[in-house]
Design a protein around this ligand. Structure first.
Ligand SMILES: [Zn+2]
Ligand SMILES: [Zn+2]
Length: 752
């Protein structure tokens, strides 16, 4: 007997090959009816024998397309209408913004098989894709998403591709970037004045150049990479020199999971991230040392190939692993337009492997790590952006401008919070341009009515993002960090103890904050209840680049110190000058920055040179500590519900060093001391205010050793600990917190 069912699916079910999948499944079960994209998901009407319908509903959930995610399925009885066959119907109008733009997808298994099948039409074709895979966000130039509004618009499909594109039973049904060697774009290699034409020849020659130690710029999904043989130290050092990137770690790409396992230690969870649909760079403990690739850290960032071109490079014999780093000079944004890339990278790359398909917008690789509290996204870009991360209960659209370092934007439309890709450090002109472009891009794509748009910014008066939106309401930096964790979990009313530790953020009192404890919730606002004991930063911003200068600002608060210019410390002259400034109160700024406390500890343990990238000294200290013999001792870091006093902690460090203690042991004891101090403060605050949940956020909590120590201390406390998952704990997550606090009207007092 023929019966009918109405099925509604929600989640990530549009733009990911879901309708053709439903179509094929319905045909396979001999059902009739229809499927369509509706406002908030996919709707199906299916008719047939009950057993077939049951099988259909089961299989829908068992084997959905790889890029899809079914959040909910709702099956109800319907009246049979006697349909003849199964069809894909036109979408209903009013598609919700959440489903308009999908992140980019890695090449799928089916396309990979075709890529390496000699008699396939797309054999070794670097632009192979289907509805389950390929570019999305990086090719979309307008909405709704169809071929004419992508960077593929200048290539007309031939009969072969068009037939697949229009066939509901085909894997390429409505795959907007579909192409084949006969009708689609190609890539070529530019080397000196020579141009190597032909996909296979160009890619083969590029692989050969990499084997010989050359640096090759490779056009990817969201921009160019600079690639070189990761095991060729001379090539790696040449890349560092040409790119003006002295020490910051490079990520590497490996052929497959087996190669990744040889390079880094991967837990099951880390492997799941590495092979996930976002294909991020995964930071994991290094097993093999690649000289010059990631100095000063025990971790290595590893990723798998995600475009057909990457797979072809390895198939053509490229070295394994290869360094794959964003193509830019120093801190500039990644190059993504051909002319710009050729110009900016002229002195860096020996050759350019340039594909013809234009890139619509720059999107860097994402970076994640699996740590003590689960997976954390450290840089959120390709594969995640511009996906929605939370539903915020607010009627009007909100644009949150984020922080100036590691900038990312959050746009709230129809209650959905979309977090942009990582943009960069806005003090650089190019990054600031990218910031304004991304604002225009997102507000246009999501049809934001400008007259109703609420813009919110950081309270730092000198931030480029603040100057971009003068007079707009502000949210304090460290409160935004705490709110970012709660917003991800949509915990608007949850009262928490919030610990916000980072390098720099503008405080309520105009000081440089960074070691802050709050009590409250997003809905009720956050009260600052405790903080690191005050110190000063002599010389302002430069103190963030010279750990000994930061140290002077903390040590100036203590008496009876030895002369740290002497052995074993050997601080350079900058220290004494800074100490003098700090003691006289000349050109000094009040601070409670935990980031600068870590810099101070690094200096005392031997890091007396300037840093060459943000967070370097703390990373060095963590790595040093991780290599120490197991020690349970913690330096004293007395804390109550109001203040953490770093003086005994630093005094103990100095005494240890004077006694000739191993700096690795000192670094370990420092981490344990900080964890114990934070734990004591949290317990005091939670008891006094009867709070059961603790939130940890801010760049300092990228430190895995600190998180492990804290987890050990807090596990038995009965408190629940929350950290960031979807947005970074560093300043890349600030805009989400700003948006959440703005939605509840929790601006800084001046705007309340
Ligand atoms: Zn595919
Ligand atoms: Zn074609």
């Amino acid at each position: 007997m023929v019966i009918a069912r109405s099925i509604r699916l929600r989640g990530v079910v549009q733009g990911v090959g879901f309708r053709p999948f439903v179509f094929r499944l319905a045909r396979a079960n001999a059902l009739s009816g229809w499927v369509l994209n509706a406002g908030e998901g996919v709707e199906i009407h299916a008719e047939g024998p009950e057993a077939s319908l049951d099988a259909f509903v089961r299989e829908l959930q068992e084997q959905p397309p790889p890029a899809s995610h079914i959040a909910s399925i709702d099956v109800s009885a319907a009246a049979a209408a006697g349909f003849n066959g199964f069809v894909i119907r036109e979408s209903r109008a009013g598609v919700a913004p959440t489903v308009r733009i999908s992140p980019d997808l890695p090449v799928c298994g089916d396309c990979l098989r075709e890529l390496f099948t000699p008699n396939d039409r797309r054999y070794r074709y670097p632009y192979i894709n289907c509805t389950n895979c390929g570019p999305r966000y990086t090719v979309i130039t307008g909405l709704p998403y169809d071929r004419g509004r992508t960077t593929m618009q200048s290539w007309e499909m031939d009969g072969y591709c068009a037939a697949q594109y229009h066939d509901p039973a085909d894997r390429r049904f409505h795959a907007q970037p579909v192409a084949c060697p006969a009708c689609g774009p190609h890539c070529r290699l530019h080397i000196g004045g020579e141009i190597v034409e032909g996909d296979r020849e160009a890619i083969g020659r590029a692989a050969g150049l990499l084997r010989e130690g050359a640096i090759v710029a490779v056009k990817g999904l969201g921009g160019y990479h600079l690639a070189c043989d990761a095991a060729n130290t001379a090539a790696v050092l040449a890349l560092r020199e040409r790119k003006f990137r002295k020490e910051k770690p490079f990520a590497v790409m490996v052929r497959d999971l087996d190669q990744a396992r040889l390079l880094v230690e991967l837990s099951n969870a880390a492997e799941a991230e590495l092979t996930s649909i976002a294909r991020p760079i995964v930071l994991a403990p290094a097993r093999r040392v690649l000289a010059g690739v990631a100095p000063d850290t025990g971790d290595l960032g590893v990723m798998l190939p995600y475009t057909p071109l990457h797979h072809l490079l390895f198939a053509e014999g490229a070295p394994d692993p290869i360094v794959m780093t964003s193509a830019n000079r120093s801190n500039e944004p990644i190059a993504y337009q051909d002319a710009d890339a050729f110009e900016r990278l002229a002195g860096i790359a020996d050759a350019f492997l340039a594909g013809e398909r234009p890139i619509a917008r720059r999107v860097d690789d994402s970076v994640v790590r699996v740590g003590a509290f689960g997976t954390t996204v450290l840089r959120r870009a390709r594969g995640y952006a511009p996906g929605a991360v939370a539903r915020i209960p607010v009627d009007r659209p909100i644009l949150a401008l984020g922080a100036d370092l590691k900038n990312a934007l959050t746009l709230v439309v129809e209650g959905q919070a979309f977090v942009s890709q990582y943009i960069g450090d806005l003090e650089h002109y190019e990054a600031f341009q990218a910031f304004t472009e991304t604002i225009r891009d997102l507000t246009t794509m999501y049809d934001v009515p400008h007259d109703r748009l609420l813009v919110v910014r950081d309270c730092h008066p000198q931030y480029a993002s603040s100057l971009h939106a003068p007079g707009m309401p502000t949210v304090q930096h460290h409160r935004a960090h705490i709110a970012s964790v709660l917003a991800e979990r949509e915990a608007w009313d949850e009262p928490v103890v919030g610990v916000s530790f980072d390098g720099t953020g503008y405080g309520d009192d105009g000081g440089i904050w960074g070691g802050e404890f709050f009590a409250g919730s997003i809905a009720a606002g956050f009260e600052r209840v405790a903080h690191l004991r005050g110190a000063v930063l002599p010389g302002g911003d430069a103190a963030a680049r010279y750990p000994v200068q930061a140290a002077a600002g903390f040590l100036a608060q203590m008496d009876g110190l030895p002369d740290l210019a002497d052995r074993p410390f050997g601080f350079p002259g900058r220290y004494r000058q800074s100490l003098d400034l700090a003691r006289r109160g000349v050109r000094t700024y009040a601070t409670t920055s935990a980031g600068r406390l870590f810099d101070t500890a690094a200096a005392l343990a031997g890091f007396t040179r300037p840093i060459t990238y943000e967070g370097q000294a703390a990373m060095w200290l963590e790595n040093l500590a991780a290599g120490s013999v197991d020690c349970r001792e913690a330096y004293p870091f007395p804390a109550d519900g109001h203040e953490l006093d770093y003086r005994p902690l630093l005094r103990a460090m100095i005494d240890d060093r004077m006694r000739g203690e191993d700096p690795a042991v000192m670094a370990r004891r420092f981490h344990r001391g900080v964890a114990q101090g934070v734990c004591d403060a949290v317990l005091a605050i939670s008891r006094a205010r009867d709070l059961k949940t603790v939130v940890l956020s801010g760049g300092v909590f990228q430190n895995q050793l600190l998180l492990c120590d804290l987890k050990g201390l807090l596990d038995g406390s009965g408190l629940t600990v929350w950290t960031n998952r979807a947005v970074p704990p560093n300043d890349g997550g600030v805009s989400l917190g700003q948006a959440a606090l703005a939605a509840f009207g929790r601006f800084d007092k001046a705007y309340a």
